[in-house]
Design a protein around this ligand. Sequence first.
Ligand SMILES: Cc1cc2nc3c(=O)[nH]c(=O)nc-3n(C[C@H](O)[C@H](O)[C@H](O)COP(=O)(O)OP(=O)(O)OC[C@H]3O[C@@H](n4cnc5c(N)ncnc54)[C@H](O)[C@@H]3O)c2cc1C
Length: 445
Amino acid sequence: MSRPEVAVVGAGLAGSLLACFLARRGHPVTVYERRPDPRAGHIERGRSINLALSERGIDALRRIGLDNQVLADALPMRGRMIHPVRGELDFQPYSVDGDRAINSIGRGALNNALLDAAAQQPGIRVVFEHRLVGLDPGTGKLTFDTPHGEATVGADVVLGTDGAGSVVRGQLLEHDALTENVDFLDYGYKELSIPPSPSGDFALAPDALHIWPRGTSMMIALPNPDKSFTGTLFWPDSGGGSFASLNSPAAVEEHFRTHYPDLLDLAPDVVDDYLHNPVGRLGTVRCTPWQTGGRIALLGDAAHAIVPFYGQGANCAFEDVVELDRCLDECADDWAAALPLFEARRADNAEAIAQMALANFVEMRDKVASPVFRLGKKVEHALERALPGRYVSRYELVSFSTIPYAQVQRRVRRQHQVLGAVAVGAVALALGTIAAAISRLGRGA
Ligand SMILES: Cc1cc2nc3c(=O)[nH]c(=O)nc-3n(C[C@H](O)[C@H](O)[C@H](O)COP(=O)(O)OP(=O)(O)OC[C@H]3O[C@@H](n4cnc5c(N)ncnc54)[C@H](O)[C@@H]3O)c2cc1C
């Protein structure tokens, strides 16, 4: 029996990984990408240069034998390094034993490795400079803008992996095949470069994700293999200390000097970077359904873009690919059965990580600097040691396991309820002991 022709729209992280998985199933696949081939050296500005890859993403790569190759270029980060305005740096390990790490990886290198792997598979064709501009959900007819004019092709199955601003999603919306809600944060992001030190070494500890928490805003920095760091400012769009309010060289320099005093020495070009680099938007995309007619579906950011504060967007997109592959297995490659099953299994999980990512912004920009938070982390690690496998922190469950996100959210809620009850019990016991001691004193007087 001949396999249906599959069109994948978008050769980013999810699309190129998806092509590798579909190739193993023997599906003829054409991947359409609006950009020129990035392996020819074209780099798009304004997208995050590096990202944190953790267990969910690595698990997907392991399944196609690419994990070791990709991780060879990654830099493990074992914890957060907090940069206060004044005072000592504070290292907060991610895991109880301090040796589990998330991995800083170049987005371009990862995308290129996946594209190479996809292009080597028989049955896979990757076509660049094809920007989707039209899709008829009834017939699966796709229209692209290309350097040679408009091109129209047909496909039995269409998979939209064209990112947060997905045109596939937009076309389904236009044809009343879905509803969407895009919730923009009133924060944007801007990247800055921290070069190697004058001696040619990393300017900061390379085995940590660096955070400058400043209450209502923050900066983070991740290491790169060339010993530079990529810093990202997450600042409000408007109001005091916002991207809108800081636009003259003197004001920007003064702001960095006051709020990020160590940065000016580390990154001499920071003001110039700030003035020239674009501000990216951040938001959460929710839409329903993710598939229509059992033949057109959305995966990755196209279906469920999230804010980047748990470092999980790409990891979650990779998990989508693994789950779709599993559904195709279970449905004997019947797409009409597999696509609804895929959505049923992934939608709650995508919503769970969307919520956890939003909550983590407050933790990163504000709470990590507080002594109460530090104490809480120590208590959490002590509990993890005392109750191995029974009490596991949310960070560990999200970043170092493949337990579905919705399950993680429920488990953490239960853990917190038990902890709350234990804390109340401990306080009651302490108060009882104090009351008994006072009453004994009273009787003795
Ligand atoms: C600042 C920032 C930091 C982040 N950090 C992390 C992190 O640490 N860890 C993590 O896991 N995730 C992180 N993410 C999220 C991660 O980048 C995304 O979740 C991930 O890239 C999603 O992959 P995707 O393939 O679905 O979409 P994308 O990577 O956006 O790929 C979409 C592809 O589709 C192509 N395309 C778009 N429109 C069309 C069209 N009309 N026709 C044809 N092709 C088209 C695009 O050119 C692109 O190649 C971060 C995101 C941001 C913004």
